[in-house]
Every structure is written in C-alpha cells, then in structure tokens.
Design a protein around this ligand. Sequence first.
Ligand SMILES: *[C@@H]1O[C@H](CO)[C@@H](O)[C@H](O)[C@H]1NC(C)=O
Ligand SMILES: *[C@@H]1O[C@H](CO)[C@@H](O)[C@H](O)[C@H]1NC(C)=O
Length: 424
Amino acid sequence: MASLHPILKKSYWFLAILGGLWATFLILLINPTFQRHALYAHKIHTAFWNNISNPEEFGFAKGQVTPFNLTTSDRETLFCWHVLPLDVYLDNENEIVQKATGLVGDLQETIGYKLLQRDPKSRVVVNFHGNAGHVAQGYRPSTYRSLSGIPHTHVLTCDYRGFGHSTIHNPPHIPTEAGLITDGISLTSYLLTTLQHPADRTVLLGQSMGTVIASATALYFASPSTSALPPTIAHPSPLPNSATAFAGVILISPFPDLPELLQSYKISGFIPVLAPLKGYPKIANYLSSKIIDTWPTLPRLQALLTASAASKTPVHISILHARNDPDISFRLSEAVYAGLETLFLGDENVVASEERRTIHGGERVKRGAFAYRSVEDGDRMRSVELEIVRYGGHNEVVGWSQVSLAVRRAFKGVKSLRPGLDVE
Ligand SMILES: *[C@@H]1O[C@H](CO)[C@@H](O)[C@H](O)[C@H]1NC(C)=O
Ligand SMILES: *[C@@H]1O[C@H](CO)[C@@H](O)[C@H](O)[C@H]1NC(C)=O
C-alpha cells in the first residue's frame, strides 16, 4: 500500500474495523438465538432503573394507570397497563386517587375496570408496541397520554413475553412470532370475553413490530382457523366463534414482511442490516433465507380482507407513516397499501381516491409521494386508507395528533374522510 497520511491511515483502519464488525454481526445473525435477540431486542430496556409499576414516574396522574398481570392462553404472565381517559378520571378523581394501587393481579378488582364497565360509551384502544423496551419506554407514554385525551377512550397495553417484567416460561424461552401473536390474541380475548367489552368499540393499534401483532390479532378474530397464522399459536378459551368486527385496525410504520424490511431497515435510523449487500444478491438472499420469523403482515392483511368479505364483516384498516421515518421507509407502507388495494380493484362499485403531493426542496423524498390514498367497497363494509404525514419519525409519531385523529375517526365510523393535508 502506498504510504498514507496518518489521518487517512487511521480512518482506513476505522472503516475496516467497522466493516468487520458489521460482517461479524451478519454472520452471528444466522444463529437463531442471536437473530431473535437482535430482532426482538427485548433485553434492551430501562426497567432496571425506572419503576414501571409506578406510572406517575412517566407523567400520569395518580391512579390514572393501573399496572396489572394478564395470564395468556399458554400461561405466561404479561405485565400490562390500563390507562384511564382524562374525562373519566376528572369525573371520578377522588375515588381513583384513594383507591390507587401498584401492580394488581386481577384487573377486574380495580376501580379502573369498574369505570370501563359501567360507562355505556366506553371505548378501548388495544396498543401493541414495537420491538425493544417495555410499556413505558421512550415515547410510548406520550402515546397513551395523547389517546387518554379522547373522551371515554381507555388504553390497554402489555409487554410481550420476555419483554420488561413479562415472563417467558415456555420454550424456546425467547420471544418468537407465534409467542407474541399468542400474547396479542390473549389480551384481545381477555378484553372481549372476560371483560365483555364490545369489539365495535375497540381499536387495535400497532406501531413498527407491533403492526405485525396487531394485524395477526385482527386476522385471528376474523378467521381463527386461518392458515396464514403460525400453527403453533396457543388458542384462547373460549375460541372466538364468529367473525369479529373491530372499530378499526390502525397500523403505524408497517412493512410487508421482515425479509423485505431488512433490505432497507436501519437500526435506530443509522445502522443498516442488509442494505449494503445490494450489489451481492446471493449473500443477501442467503441471509434472508435464514430468517426464522418472517412477520408476513401483507399476506395476513390480505387474508383479513378476504375473510371479512366472505363473512360480510366490516373491516377498516388505516395505515399511517411519517415521511421522515429514518428506520422504516414510508415506501414500505405504500407497498402494503398497494398490496391491499389490488384486492378491491375489479369489484363493483369500488371507490378509490388519492391525493398526490409534489415535494420540492431538500427533503429525503423524491417528487410524487402519495399523501393520502383510500379504497373502499361499494357498501362501505371494507376500507383501507394510507396517510403519509410529514413529521414524527419512527417512534414519536404515535403520540402525535394524526394518530389520535385516526383513532377518533375509527370510533366515529368516519370512513374515507379526506384528512386535513398540510400544504407546502
Ligand atoms: C414501584 O412502585 C410501586 C408503586 O408505587 C411500589 O409499590 C414499589 O415498591 C416500587 N418498586 C420499587 C423497586 O421501588
Ligand atoms: C404478577 O406476575 C409476576 C410474574 O409472574 C409475579 O412475580 C407477581 O407477583 C404478580 N403480581 C401480582 C400482584 O399478582
């Protein structure tokens, strides 16, 4: 090698070491245990120094959040939160403050549950968080605070098995796709069956990896015996017997499936996984073929639409993605939308609309991104909409107004409303 300036020499070594680390990371990914640790990242959290049984630490009013234990159909214990809406809180403040508890074993014994049950207008958002961390990690509390501003709207959210304080007794003792879907089904079944809350006043909301769980759960309640779910999921008892109509399924920053995601995904917005292998399709395909949990959200949403059409059950899917999401490109939401829209085209009386925005300037996005698209069938039983918002990144966006508006629209039954698009 020609002699290099010391700084160049240093940066050469720096790059070589960085490349070496990345290559080692890829080789390690072939190992199933390492792969699942990297994907679910459940060991990365702050419950070591934050007390998630004390929600006031995260900005909630005393007693507004009840931490509770939920037993899944395969006997894992999930650590969950029940968040009260502020209007309900205000009307019952004294009682709530007096009866505030730490972690409880049975939600049905709490004042929060009684308030949910006796309010004929009560609604519930079942929230599915993304990978890594616990219920109160990062921006997650701001999501619950934003939703708690919606009248009569409670939030239920759990840490999946192996995350935070949730147990992981079942083999392989590490989060798996089937395990997390079992968690989602168990929580939803608990709400609909044990708590007797109606599905048409329930919204399933997921972000990032949570969109995998939200979609799978929605599909399960539309078609419990579908072949599009892992055969090893543990079914709840009783089984849901008929097609269930939720008020809406809202997916923030989703993607068609994991192999497609990894082509462009950047961990924390800057560490690429497979993107640098674009010129080496053989290696990239080999690594893709080693993915165990493939998270096939698009095929499951397609199965959901097909099952709902067959049983004439309403289904409304809203997809939201921030244009400045550094982890998952909004193009992947467009891909999910396109894959769902195809199922409608060719049907009679289908109504589709789209709002295309021309984007100038130094944004990441090229001209011609879609801002809003929607498609619904003639009798408005099934609808899918896609909204690309300008700001909010990957995580913060869930606590922002557009998501809260999407939840309100779902509960109000406003379908295919043209949202107030920002102009540039
Ligand atoms: C966490 O908070 C709960 C509720 O305030 C309390 O009962 C518990 O002792 C706290 N745990 C720790 C480790 O501080
Ligand atoms: C909740 O579940 C955890 C894990 O199984 C257990 O350690 C804890 O005692 C339970 N708490 C209550 C109040 O039931």
